[in-house]
Design a binder for this molecule. Structure first.
Ligand code: HEM
Length: 379
């Protein structure tokens, strides 16, 4: 989509899409303005009569923080905020490393594997399962659900879409029932897992507790899978494996550049609560607005040579995690996950040889469906 973004930033930085009945916003400054001003740009898009073309990101319809406005938003988010601060997240490092090691142990040297299937997907999903405090025996089931929930995209012919919708609804029902039971069991619990934390919270309804669990799974899934895979993709294109492995290029910095250059979430949605002027255009109240963070992150008005991947770009004020009150709850978690994943992968495999010949990236949550790779350990 990046060439198209560049054209739009030049020609129609704020434009109305007649066909889809929504606004598109492409420039950094305007996108930043949207995510910073939750009073004008509300998140509860379900309250308007809007045709959501692609529901990949929010398949659950019950209220969750991501689609809530104040004051509900605070109630749905604040109770868990402290658990996602850098200090709290860092405490999990050793367990996350173990999860990565266990998955990598199952990959043979010399094998040709789809690294998404073997690693990029099971790794963050297992981590969410761990944070939620799921029983170990349920991890496989959780992974199967996560796969089903993320693979069922609403494309294809009508028949395919219908059958996908039914399957998706079934997976949703099963997951809801599963979480509903765990929440009931843990209402008087003493564990420090996130399900117990939600279960013990008197300010949330039972449905909201279920949605909370599902939101963590969904919001923290494909995005993180894509961050890890997109990083390998950028390393291959820019011949960076050795430099990152030896530390000649900082892992922390290069992860930020991957977030900017191939932002896993390309858009956020808002609905206007009042008429507003943006980029010289007037937008009425009640309009759907797509803020294209993937385009903002390549805006030459904000970044030097934005189409260049600069591993240690500094400063790097990308907005891949959004901003304002909805700033990604899992940002520090995602960063730590990527840091460990890349460290472990590069340590373990001296040769990482991806086949980039047939990648067709999805554009909404930017990334590929499979990432074939030959992996070899050193001697
Ligand atoms: C919100 C991106 C990983 C949980 C967001 C938003 C973005 C984003 C752009 C803002 C949405 C909006 O303003 O409408 C990403 C990216 C990730 C990532 C690029 C990985 C690279 C995670 C993880 C979790 C998570 C691992 C799990 C814990 C959430 C939640 C929200 C959110 C709960 C809603 C926050 C709110 O509405 O207050 N994320 N995310 N994300 N993210 Fe992430």
């Amino acid at each position: 989509p990046f060439d198209w973004y560049a054209e739009m930033r030049r020609e129609h930085p704020v434009r109305y899409d007649d066909q889809r009945g929504r606004w598109d916003v492409f420039k950094y400054e305007d996108v930043k303005q949207i995510v910073s001003d939750h009073e004008t740009y509300a998140s509860d898009v379900a309250s308007t009569d809007i045709r959501l073309v692609d529901r990949d990101f929010d398949t659950d319809r019950a209220p969750s923080m991501i689609r809530a406005d104040p004051p509900a938003h605070g109630r749905l988010r604040n109770f868990v905020n402290s658990r996602f601060q850098p200090g709290s997240i860092a405490e999990h490092r050793a367990r996350f490393e173990q999860i990565a090691d266990d998955l990598l142990d199952d990959i043979d040297s010399g094998a040709n594997v789809d690294i998404i299937d073997k690693f990029s997907h099971p790794y963050p999903v297992t981590i969410i399962a761990d944070l939620l405090g799921l029983p170990r025996d349920d991890y496989d089931q959780f992974l199967t659900w996560s796969k089903a929930a993320t693979e069922l995209s609403l494309t294809g012919d009508e028949k395919a879409i219908e059958s996908n919708k039914r399957r998706r609804a079934r997976v949703q029902r099963e997951m809801r029932e599963y979480f509903s039971n765990l929440i009931s069991e843990r209402a008087t619990g003493s564990g420090d897992d996130l399900i117990t934390l939600a279960a013990m919270n008197d300010e949330l309804t039972h449905e909201e507790k279920i949605s909370f669990c599902l939101t963590l799974l969904i919001a923290g899934n494909v995005t993180t899978v894509n961050l890890i895979t997109n990083a390998l993709w950028c390393f291959e294109e820019n011949d960076l494996f050795d430099a990152v492995r030896t530390g000649a290029v900082s892992r922390t910095k290069v992860i930020e550049e991957v977030l900017r250059y191939r932002s896993p979430a390309q858009t956020v949605r808002r609905v206007t609560t009042k008429p507003v002027e943006l980029g010289g255009r007037r937008i009425d109240a009640g309009e759907l607005v797509l803020a294209r963070i993937g385009s903002a992150n390549r805006d030459p008005a904000r970044f030097d040579s934005p189409e260049e991947f600069r591993p240690e770009r500094s400063p790097n004020p990308h907005i891949a995690f959004g901003g304002g009150i909805h700033f990604c709850l899992g940002a520090q978690l995602a960063r730590l996950e990527a840091d460990i994943a890349l460290e472990k992968l590069l340590d373990r495999f001296e040769v990482i040889n991806p086949d980039l010949s047939d990648l067709s990236p999805q554009t909404f949550l930017y990334g590929v469906k499979s990432f074939p790779c030959r992996l070899e350990t050193g001697n």
